[in-house]
Design a protein around this ligand. Structure first.
Ligand SMILES: *Cc1c(COP(=O)(O)O)cnc(C)c1O
Length: 956
């Protein structure tokens, strides 16, 4: 190579390397696709799509992109500024051993973490089986009839229990009685949630509860100080007044103590964190809610149920969807959408691995150690509360002196007050820990085996668990590592996640979750930090959080960001609370009307309702745009009462509306605030900033735009970003003075997954983020353009272009041929694809969002499948395929259907299974045929399927 053509060192260093891995199409493909779309360059495409009135003048003020090696080194240094102490703080969070087989094959496995929410039942059977195991686990241990999968954290679960009790109780009271024994963060959450709804919290000692005329009570069992009390008489008294009994509990304790369902609880909530999910500085973890069967239609969150498929086999599906915000909107029972699926799967696998005997043994060991430590402390003259499982309430000590000694020994204990403290043991406790803990109090446990022999249990005699749990074979089979490994693999193989195919879900932004972004999550310096660890131990987290907040401020044009909300819907709730508190601070408490266009995501009206706002729905015009005149009319009509408008931008119809600035002006003129749902930020980052065009607040979905994987339906992070005037009203922290209070149980919500988004922004830099947005626009337009001869795109914006997603209108085809959007969605499974978003925001359509991460090759594969499906629809129209008996109506086709000795259909087997030649080389076989939705809702069954059910179908 001659000197002149030799590339320089700088060129060879290739700092765009990650950007080119993240963005699917290479430059040649981008050029080709631009040609198809009819645009000379990415810049020209951007100019043609994005209204000039909102475009950012300057590039993002972010550092240049780093390579994977550099970024990992940088975050490694940040992680190193955290200090991992032994944490016996408890208060709802406990040390745990994540079984390594689960760590690597679930938490670190893209087959699990890149999956989407199981709306398409046929390609989600694996994760739904894991989730029904979770539901069975929670229902069994709590002694309840039904459990969901899952809620965001214990505090919000308790708040949901409060509103469930309000809906379900016969009492007309507005009072919810809360025991002083609940965790402090739960109390904070209840305060936040109760006030806008007009619920009056009465906080008191357990003994006072029976005397209060409340619609419900919340108890903690064992309570936050570890004590286990008998609440049977109290439960009877509450019931006698028509109230409901909600209980926050601990799954591990429940293996040894009587289930709340056995002594009268109606609703039980809690956190499954200690079933193998690391502290993670507060999250993510899966909370649960279990309740009596009578309340199932009013229960919040997702519920996996059992139905049958077209072959009559049992099959899982999300059940009772009609309860959810997507359908019920402002009448929804809750705004919860993204939950904590990945963590619920982990907890369920922990239970599958250990089984009932293993769990009992773990619990018994924790209790043994706790009882022994208590005995050692008492022998040294220290007072410890009676009747506990794993938590000792130590009173009458110089707490500061003991905390100082503990710190020197790299141990954290719970701070309660100057004279008392808490010690919570967990399955990680060792004999050495017991000696070290006793020594902090000047005690010496002596010979531990002798102490063991001499120390009785500390569980109250009348409250020992006598009922069995987890008797289903799934919890009694997979106890060797091989068995569990293969069980998890078998489940993962049933599902389609992004490790196998693009998931072109409109509004959900299923983009690459790069391995380098995921790696830091499980480092001990991030994973093993208790959420209440002292500030000196979390300097790394602080740096990470501050840094990420600054990045998001820069990307959005707002002034302040809170990372506390742990889902998009929680971000909405936080943003609306900020608006509400802002109005109140100005003497405008009467502003309670929230305008929401009819095209909005269901969480928008559900969140507004939770803030006590009255939702006024505004229209959309024929082009799918929000109807500005209707907004103007509504803003005028409700001028005095106008609190806010919630709009989504670009619109849920996939269009950059020209009028967004005007809408902001109208709403501001009437004294309202503008909330922009930021779920579509993937069309904006680096191109335009909502905080600069007049919007006051947005939530982001880090699990969409900023690369946190969906985990099969969670975790997520929904930061709330606001302009300066709303900053004082962002969520507060535990124990802090704040006008709004907390919206999540932990100060930084799902802190341990923040490294993912930090890594993404750091790896991409300003240039990469902008290019990602531009290629996201290009990929969507490429699909729309190539499919134009076959499918109509419902809405387009300026220059006939769409934004980052496109809506394919199947309604004309349905009228002509009887083929529905759902048939097309199911037929895509035969081609190995996850369907696009079905019937949102318009019924009878498919919304496709490819994201920038899909290569041209993958886009073409999808387009080929869609064209082939269109040919099948044409064949039906032409009478070449039967109107009823065709591959669309019977899709998806299972191996048992295609290989059965009989084939009764009017089309060939080959067409059923291999509609494209390429499928002969790589074929995904759905484990079940089309799942019957109606049957599942009529015959509600939400626990593990009895093994006999499979036998019957095998015999049949
Ligand atoms: C995903 C989404 C939400 C809700 O986010 P979650 O994290 O699921 O709560 C809200 N609005 C829009 C437009 C969305 O796409």
């Amino acid at each position: 190579m001659s000197q002149n053509t030799r590339p320089s060192l700088r060129q060879l260093e290739h700092h765009d390397a990650f950007i080119e891995r993240h963005i699917g199409p290479n430059d040649a493909e981008i050029a080709h696709m631009l040609g198809v779309v009819g645009q000379p360059s990415l810049e020209a495409l951007t100019d043609a799509i994005v209204p000039a009135s909102i475009k950012s003048a300057a590039p993002l003020a972010l550092p240049s992109p780093l390579t994977e090696v550099e970024a990992l080194a940088k975050i490694r240094a940040i992680a190193g500024r955290n200090q991992v102490f032994r944490s016996f703080i408890g208060q709802g969070y406990y040390g745990t051993h994540t079984p390594n087989v689960i760590l690597r094959n679930i938490l670190e496995n893209p087959a699990w973490y890149t999956a989407y929410t199981p709306y398409q039942a046929e390609i989600s059977q694996g994760r739904m089986e894991a989730l029904i195991n979770f539901q069975t686990l929670c229902a069994d241990l709590t002694g309840m009839e039904i459990a969901n999968a899952s809620l965001l954290d214990e505090g919000t679960a308790a708040a949901e229990a409060m509103t469930l009790a309000k809906r379900s109780s016969k009492s007309k009271s507005d009072i919810f009685f809360v025991s002083r024994g609940v965790h402090p963060q739960t109390l904070e959450l209840l305060k936040t949630r109760a006030e806008p709804l007009g619920i009056v919290l009465q906080i008191g000692d357990d003994s006072e509860a029976a005397g209060v005329d409340a619609f419900g009570v919340l108890l903690q069992y064992p309570n936050t100080y570890g004590q286990i009390s008998d609440y049977a008489a109290l439960a009877d008294a509450v019931h006698a007044r028509g109230g409901l009994v909600a209980v926050a509990s601990d799954l591990l304790a429940l293996t040894l103590i009587a289930a709340p369902g056995e002594w009268g609880a109606d609703i039980v909530v809690g956190n499954s964190q200690r079933f193998g999910v690391p502290f993670g500085f507060g999250g993510p973890h899966a909370a649960f809610m279990a309740c009596r069967d009578a309340y199932k239609r009013s229960m919040p969150g997702r519920l996996i149920g059992v139905s049958v498929d077209a072959e009559g086999k049992p099959a899982y599906r999300l059940t009772l969807q009609t309860r959810e915000q997507h359908i019920r909107r402002e009448k929804a029972t809750s705004n919860i959408c993204t939950a904590q699926v990945l963590l619920a799967v982990m907890a369920s696998m922990y239970a599958v691995y250990h089984g009932p005997d293993g769990l009992r043994r773990i619990a018994a060991r924790v209790h043994r150690c706790s009882a022994m430590l208590a005995a050692a402390l008492r022998k040294a003259g220290i007072t410890v509360g009676p009747d506990f499982f794993d938590t000792l309430h130590v009173v009458g000590v110089d707490a500061e002196a003991i905390h100082a000694k503990a710190e020197a020994a790299r141990i954290n204990l719970r701070r309660i007050d100057a004279g008392s403290l808490g010690i919570s043991l967990d399955e990680t406790v060792t004999r050495e820990d017991l000696v070290a803990l006793a020594a902090l109090f000047g005690a010496d446990p002596g010979d531990l085996d002798a102490l063991d022999a001499a120390t009785p249990d500390a569980l109250p005699a009348g409250l020992r668990r006598t009922t069995p749990f987890l008797q289903h074979p799934v919890f009694n089979t997979h106890h060797s590592e091989h068995e569990l490994l293969r069980y998890m693999r078998a489940l993962a193989d049933k599902d389609l996640a992004m490790d196998r195919t693009m998931i072109p879900l409109g509004s959900c932004t299923m983009k690459l979750n790069a391995t380098a972004e995921m790696i830091p999550v499980t480092w001990p310096e991030f994973a093993n930090i208790h959420p209440l660890a002292p500030a000196a131990q979390i300097r790394g987290y602080k740096e990470l959080i501050d840094g990420l907040e600054q990045m998001l401020v820069e990307c959005t044009g707002y002034d302040a960001v809170s990372l506390q909300p742990n889902s998009g819907a929680q971000g909405e709730y936080a943003g609306l609370l900020a608006i509400r508190a802002y109005h109140r601070s100005r003497g405008d408490a009467h502003r309670d009307v929230c305008l929401i266009p009819e095209s909005a995501h269901g969480t928008n009206p559900a969140s507004a309702q939770m803030c006590g706002m009255q939702v006024v729905v505004t229209k959309c015009d024929a082009n799918g745009n929000v109807d500005v005149e209707d907004i103007r009319r509504a803003a005028e009509k409700y001028s005095e009462r106008l609190a806010a408008i919630m709009i989504t931008y670009p619109s849920t119809h996939g269009v950059f509306e020209e009028d967004v600035v005007r809408i902001c002006e109208i709403v501001h003129a009437h004294g309202g605030q503008v909330y922009t749902d930021g779920a579509n930020m993937n069309a904006l980052v680096g191109v335009a900033k909502p905080g600069k065009w007049g919007s006051d607040v947005s939530h982001l979905n880090l699990h969409k735009t900023f690369c946190i994987p969906h985990g099969g339906g969670g975790p997520g992070v929904g930061p709330c970003a606001v302009k300066a005037h709303l900053a004082p009203f962002l969520p507060g922290t535990l124990g802090g003075e704040n006008p709004v209070g907390m919206v999540s149980a932990a100060n930084f919500g799902s802190a341990s997954i923040l490294p993912i988004s930090w890594m993404y922004v750091t790896l991409m830099g300003a240039s990469g983020l902008r290019k990602a947005t531009q290629v996201a626009l290009l990929n969507a337009n490429y699909i729309a353009k190539r499919l134009a001869p076959h499918y109509e795109t419902l809405y387009t914006g300026r220059n006939g272009l769409v934004a980052h997603e496109c809506i394919l209108d199947l309604r004309p085809l349905k009228d002509a041929t009887g083929v529905s959007a759902e048939d097309v969605a199911k037929r895509l499974i035969d081609f190995g694809f996850h369907a696009p978003t079905l019937s949102f925001p318009v019924a009878g359509t498919l919304m496709v969002e490819p994201t920038e991460s899909e290569s041209q090759h993958e886009l073409d594969r999808f387009i080929d499948a869609m064209i082939e499906i269109r040919e099948e629809i044409r064949a039906i129209a032409d009478g070449k395929l039967d109107r009823e008996d065709n591959p669309l109506k019977h899709a998806p086709h299972t191996a048992t259907m295609v290989c059965g000795s009989e084939w009764r259909h009017a089309y060939p087997r080959e067409l059923a299974a291999f509609p494209l030649a390429t499928l002969r080389q790589q074929k995904y076989w759905p484990p079940v045929a089309r799942v019957d939705n109606v049957y599942g809702d009529k015959n509600i069954m939400c626990a593990c399927i009895p093994v006999d059910a499979y036998k019957e179908t095998a015999d049949a």
